[in-house]
Design a protein. Structure first.
Length: 173
């Protein structure tokens, strides 16, 4: 199992990198795609830090941390609705989404495994797991789990792959 821990540290200069200060609205992310519900999930800790993640591609929509004036701001580049992420999914601009089976180019789009060559669909960009609707389970206010099964032959890859992403917001000073 791959464990993703989102660690938020109280770094005061982080506001320098703030691109979007808007607070995401859950209703802007609630829709249905190919019969699956898409939603926005919020993870919080005891210090008021908050991360929002959508189950469409596991996209991190916001990381809310205090600025110099102790006002919470979003420090990640993000869109304000799920429609904007879907519209931009046809480009290589898959901001803040999960990567998938690979995160770079695979030479000649071929994978050699067990004396067999598998021709992959395209390895010139990050795989399309950032465009899938993942099954979410919110464990508690600080933990979210996302599940997806990549079927045999998806993008040309051999074997079925069960993926579990664990998102946890913690605080360490």
């Amino acid at each position: 199992m791959f464990l993703l821990q989102i660690l938020v540290l109280p770094i005061s200069f982080i506001n320098i990198f703030s691109l979007v200060t808007n607070y995401p609205k859950r209703e802007n992310f609630q829709t249905e795609l190919k019969g699956k519900k898409v939603d926005l999930f919020f993870l919080t800790n005891s210090n008021g830090y908050e991360i929002s993640i959508t189950n469409y591609g596991g996209i991190i929509v916001s990381i809310m941390v205090p600025n110099f004036n102790n006002q919470f701001e979003n420090i990640v580049e993000s869109y304000s609705s799920i429609g904007e992420y879907i519209h931009n999914s046809n480009t290589n601009n898959k901001i803040n989404s999960l990567l998938g089976r690979y995160a770079n180019q695979i030479k000649d789009n071929e994978l050699f495994l067990d004396n067999k060559i598998y021709k992959l669909n395209n390895s010139n960009y990050i795989s399309n797991l950032g465009e899938k609707v993942w099954t979410p389970i919110q464990i508690n206010s600080s933990e979210l789990r996302l599940y997806y099964t990549s079927k045999e032959g998806e993008n040309g890859f051999p074997g079925k792959l069960h993926i579990e992403i664990v998102c946890v917001i913690i605080y360490k000073s």
